[in-house]
Design a protein around this ligand. Sequence first.
Ligand code: DGJ
Length: 725
Amino acid sequence: MVIFDRATNCFLLNGKRFSYAMFVNRAGFLQHLYYGKKIGAEDADYLVRGHGKKAEPDPNDPNMEMATDFMPSELGSFGRGDFRSATVVVRRGDGAAMSRFRYRSHNVVKGARPLTGMPCVRRADETLTITLKDDFSETEIDLNYSVSDGSDVLVRSAAVRNAGSGTAEILKAFSFCTQLPDTCGTYSALRLAGAWASERRPVVTPIGEGTLRVESARGYSSHFMNPFLAILRENCTEERGECYGFNLIYSGSFALTAEVSANKSVRVQGGINDYLFGWQLKGGEAFETPQAALCYSAEGLGGMSRAYHDFYRDYVIDPARAYARRPIVANNWEATFFDFDNEKLYAIIDEAARLGVDTFVLDDGWFGARDHDRAGLGDWTVNETKLKGGLKAVIDRCQKNGLKFGLWFEPEMVNEDSDLYRAHPDWAIGKAGVEPVRGRNQLVLDFTRKEVVDYIFKAVSKVLKENDISYVKWDKNRDITENYSAALPADRQGEFIHRYTLGFYDLAKRLTEAFPNVFFEGCAGGGGRFDGGALYYFPQIWTSDDTDGLERTKIQWGTSLCYPLSSMSCHVSDCPNQQTQRTTPFETRGAIASLGATGYELDLSKLTKEEKELVKEQIGSYKKIDGLVLKGDLYRLSDPFCSEYFCEMIVSKDKSRAYVVGERFRGDPCDHDRVLKLSGLDETKKYYIRELNLTAGGAALMGAGIMLPRLCDCGSWTWNMEEIK
Ligand code: DGJ
């Protein structure tokens, strides 16, 4: 709910359990007041008088603007006394970029404020827009704030408008800026850092003087840093204390910064990466930033994660898919790589059907001259030399077995050895006369160009129209380089990366709308584009190319800090594991893969009889708990980064059911008396734990906990719990 108090010019935004407040101060600046636990409307007055007035610059003081350096602000301006990083910088025709943005007007609308050409929340209760105007130019900025009574997430974005007639250039346009006060303690920052095959590892460091910056300049959100930053108060743990999440609903290059001011308050802001960014704004044009999802939690990191999970499921992911049962997939990539023919695929398909799999997904290698990664990308026609009878033969085989069929594409890329490249070499990103940068032997198509996106849309659509395909895996296997488009004029090259991202969104929108019955899974060389923007189109994303039963606990743990379990594709693969060479028990791989959208990434036909029985059991059990994966609340119990145990549990919203999955990495001789305390249960309910044949009250299970079983290295347990009346 948005409340405006005319007497104090204070805006109070209330979500489910948080409040966010700011006011227009005497000097006309939009000054930040408060972000935290929900407070009553009557306390707006206290916030303004008790907090706001102290930092408010005096409009009658000739040195007033120097005081803005200490003012908690909703927007940092450039060149006028606020020396912290600006939020928006616009250079006018005469080269001047200093600005003084002050309040002009505001309005509140019911619902969300959709963005053009970018993913955004599908709904909200109310959106407040505050318009600021620069005193020295015709630049205006709309700051948008969307809140919903049922959500702990505040959604923010900005729009920069050139209301004049000359051309201006945006040098920086972040989506939000906010301020955390000096609370006589210390803040630390948690980011999700990683690399290929080890994505989203939580790293916590203190915030000290200066600026902490997490970013990607790779043209996409990337394996290396997720567009997510949490700021933790000193008392914050997994289930206790205060923290704030800052997450961008965006898939391109981004930056999030936390900057300690001289008065020890912290300015947090973020959006499109401003590194070499530029965007021309002609008279009358506006530029919209992506949305940012801000979350306050008084229940530690766990509370923040649960709030984000609900937010993604209820506000961002396609509502037709968010809570719908996911297909259990068998994918042939790690089973065959490029080396397959009809017979090899048929063996997997036949076995998949016998074992209870729903959908067979044919991965890379089915098209063009794609017998290796040096050729064929871009040629989206079936390779009939490899697949006799084409896709139809494989689909028929699936259908005879009662399986659905899915297909891999990498729409944004091209090999130089392809018909597409031979016909349109200029469609690949690069500058004529400069050797292109190759990654995995491929080039990136210039998605800033509409004709390129149109062509790929037609080519992929043709395959989807002509075949009975219910699932698409959309991959992307390299970084974006050159940052140059032959189609953009010299003075607009700074727009390249964001325009590329808009091209990706355009294709994703057109394909998902044209084929509403096809389930689209995202992927980027593993989990390289695991972000809120991608989740808008792809309800689930391949979490990582590392499917090792131990490493996956870490990758899934980190990913769950912000993204729901149901958004993570998690498959059982073969051992020794392809990436780590580690051998883990089949049961463990199944248990860890059950904490997401599950499937199999191995040659099912080559499994032993016992393993096949296990697959059947795993699928049967998964079908009993997938409702919890889709809809439940996650409690992380044992951190794989700082203990020899991983454990997570999911509790149904009504607390009548729970599912616990754990793994012990390495045993030591003295770990026979370990107790695991459960979380999230109803203290007053009684639960039956099937696998242990034990009954206990919620209070006992959370207070006294459960004695852990003794297990081999990388041994695991799964417990199904149900309320008994
Ligand atoms: C990277 C993906 O993460 C893999 O699952 C697989 O699809 C390969 N690309 C195919 O090239």
